[in-house]
Design a protein around this ligand. Structure first.
Ligand code: NAD
Ligand code: MG
Length: 384
């Protein structure tokens, strides 16, 4: 079908070859009356990207780091393709499913261009939450979260005033090491860390879910998305990942959003919010099959990456960007087999001690803090 014959709103899927990106393409393929794929971008994996192009006929395809392979004619190559895809006239919604701070420029550019950003790339808000909020205020752009916890909170909030909220309660599965002793966690292997009990996701977020750094990223994400102070955001462990998060209101009422652990609904809802549409691809929930539902406190002392991230959040300035970049660098080394699991948190700790008080208000200084943190972790790992 030609672009001119397209129905519905144009969606740019950034990071289309990943876990969220492929989910998004499935969702859009079921909703052809409402949405079409206007642009695709990915990092490597040109073969899968080419098959996605054949299936969806976007007007724009961007490939980052083609590793010397010759991309098909008509594709744009390079990191700038993310921003190009995100700001096109035929794009109404930018689904940012890039992993890491690499997604930052595209989010900010899309918001400045007044687009809806369906945001999976939580690192954007951790590095530059204030800049993203300012871009929304200036241009009329909006962020609708894809992250399941934040989608849940958005759905529980509805149109209520933020002043009605007493507390956000973010649930965490607890990851693969929820019941492990500190000694066993310290000796965890890569295979152990990649064995997530309830969610199937990309490798970086899967490791973040084992260290619980992911929950710190999510607390910061919630703070910026909903404008709620950190002392009104709590984390509780919920091993079944059925209650996706809760909102407590000032009168004591608590609303929760529930469903099976699947990203089909959060991705769909980020596109359709505030509407709800019928979709047979979203798995149905059976309360009896999913019982019992249990909750337990988070073991902050045994998951130092979470504690460090929460401290960085409260310290503000460059600290969240340093936390995020140190974590990205350490996780990359862990995934390459060049770092022990426990060293992820100690690397973050050392980077924050050295760089966490850097001043940063604009993009250039935040990116400088990001680069310094990556260099700090890499240099420290090289010495050990
Ligand atoms: P993934 O690794 O499966 O996919 C990442 C995608 O981004 C791929 O298409 C890859 O080609 C692209 N990419 C990677 N590095 C890039 C770079 N430097 N420049 C441009 N593109 C790049 O990751 P994922 O699990 O789909 O996660 C994506 C984002 O969504 C992350 O921020 C993650 O925290 C968030 N998220 C994921 C899930 C999930 O269920 N997978 C749930 C909630 C939030
Ligand atoms: Mg999440």
């Amino acid at each position: 079908m030609t672009a001119a014959g397209r129905r519905g709103r144009g969606v740019a899927v950034l990071g289309s070859t990943g876990s969220i990106g492929t989910t998004a393409l499935r969702v859009i393929a079921r909703q052809t009356e409402r949405f079409h794929v206007a642009a695709l971008t990915a990092f490597g994996n040109a073969e899968l990207l080419a098959s996605q192009e054949r299936a969806t006929s976007p007007s724009y395809v961007g490939l980052v780091s083609p590793n010397g392979t010759k991309p098909p004619a008509g594709w744009r190559v390079g990191a700038a393709s993310l921003v190009e895809a995100a700001t096109r006239d035929d794009v109404d919604i930018v689904l940012n499913a890039v992993v890491g701070a690499a997604g930052l420029d595209a989010t900010l550019a899309a918001l400045e261009a007044g687009k809806r950003v369906a945001l999976a790339n939580k690192e954007t808000l951790v590095v530059a939450g204030e800049l993203a909020a300012a871009a929304c205020a200036r241009s009329g752009g909006e962020i609708v979260p894809v992250d399941s916890e934040h989608s849940a909170i958005l759905q529980c909030l509805g149109r209520r005033n933020r002043s009605d909220v007493r507390r956000l309660i973010i649930t965490a599965s607890g990851g693969p090491f929820r019941t492990w002793t500190p000694e066993a966690i310290g000796a965890a292997t890569l295979a152990d860390a990649l064995r997530h009990p309830t969610w199937s996701m990309g490798r970086k977020i899967t490791v973040d879910s084992a260290t619980l750094a992911n929950k710190a990223l999510e607390v910061i994400e919630a703070h910026f998305l909903f404008g709620i102070p950190y002392d009104q955001i709590e984390v509780v462990v919920h091993p079944q990942s059925v209650v996706h998060s809760m909102v407590e209101f000032v009168d004591g009422s608590v609303l929760a959003q529930m469903g099976v652990p699947s990203m089909e609904l959060p991705v769909l809802y980020a596109l359709t919010h505030p509407e709800r549409v019928h979709d047979d691809g979203v798995p149905r929930f059976d309360p009896v099959a999913h019982s019992p539902l249990t909750f337990e406190p988070v073991r902050l002392a045994d998951f130092p990456a979470l504690r460090l991230g929460l401290e960085a959040a409260r310290n503000g300035g460059a600290a969240p960007a340093v936390f995020n970049a140190a974590n990205e660098q350490a996780v990359a080394l862990f995934l390459e087999g060049k770092m022990q699991f426990a060293a992820i948190a100690t690397s973050i700790d050392a980077a924050l001690a050295a760089l966490g008080t850097m001043q940063a208000t604009d993009k250039a200084s935040l990116l400088a803090a990001d680069a310094a943190a990556r260099a700090h972790v890499a240099a420290r790992a090289g010495r050990n």
